[in-house]
Design a protein around this ligand. Structure first.
Ligand SMILES: [Zn+2]
Length: 258
């Protein structure tokens, strides 16, 4: 796709996302860069995958009772630049490989965005679960919204989210074999996201409110005490690692299956 068209379309999607209150102003600015990085190398196929991710994730997180700690805690539904980069940064950087390895871009973009979609959809649809989530490592029930907690409903939602991105890409004639590949990678990425969330992600406690939190500074303004995991590894950091892993697996899958 021509660069000016890629910038124009990305600007349109970002403005729409901002207008629908899905993005903060700085998040919308970052989305223009991420969108251009995806659309310029991968064209309409990349546009389909990005559109399916963006509108699907925005819609599901709006209708579902979101119990994620991040949503309850601080950031709400409007995505800031860090969340935009965590979800789409690796897809945008990886897509540029298209100029070196023609054909690889759409595999990287679809696999990485399928991972991001699986995670977002799992969080949202898991909110409908009447059964408490279980820790992905120990299998013990944990409070709703705990990082690393998984539910059957969330896992089904993850599958639907990954399928929406992969399906959109192949509808705009990306190779059919990309569908099962991206679905598998999306589910693996979501699982890795849960495992990292349960183990390495920083966990904090706000002494003032006597509440667990994922953030160093609680929404009440008090500095929270680290109680486990790596203090510097946030939920956005875990998402970024998972989507980067998805992008890497997408490149591998392109190498072996295309
Ligand atoms: Zn507090």
């Amino acid at each position: 796709m021509d660069l000016p068209l890629a910038v124009g379309l990305s600007l349109g999607v970002a403005l729409l996302g901002w207008g629908l209150r899905g993005l903060t102003p700085a998040g919308a600015g970052t989305a223009v860069l991420v969108g251009t990085g995806i659309l310029w190398p991968t064209g309409w196929e990349g546009m389909a995958a990005l559109g399916a991710f963006f509108f699907g994730a925005s819609a599901i997180s709006r209708v579902a009772p979101d119990k994620s700690v991040a949503a309850v805690d601080a950031k709400g539904h409007r995505r800031d630049p860090w969340q935009v980069l965590a979800n789409g940064g690796s897809a945008a950087l990886g897509a540029l490989l298209e100029f070196l390895l023609p054909g690889s871009g759409i595999w990287i973009v679809t696999a990485s965005l399928a991972t991001a979609a699986a995670d977002t959809w799992a969080t949202s649809t898991g909110g409908w679960s009447r059964v408490a989530p279980r820790d992905v490592i120990t299998g013990r029930p944990v409070p709703a919204g705990t990082s690393g907690g998984i539910t059957w409903l969330g896992s089904l939602g993850a599958l639907a989210g990954a399928a929406s991105v992969a399906g959109a890409a192949i509808l705009v004639h990306a190779p059919r074999v990309l569908f099962p590949a991206a679905l598998t990678i999306g589910m693996l990425g979501m699982l890795a996201d849960s495992v990292l969330g349960a183990t390495l992600q920083g966990r904090f406690h706000c002494g003032a409110c006597n509440r667990p939190t994922e953030r160093r500074v609680h929404r009440c303004g008090q500095a929270a005490t680290p109680v486990g995991g790596l203090a510097w590894l946030s939920n956005d950091g875990v998402n970024a690692l998972a989507t980067a892993g998805g992008a890497g697996l997408g490149l591998l899958a392109w190498h072996f299956f295309s």
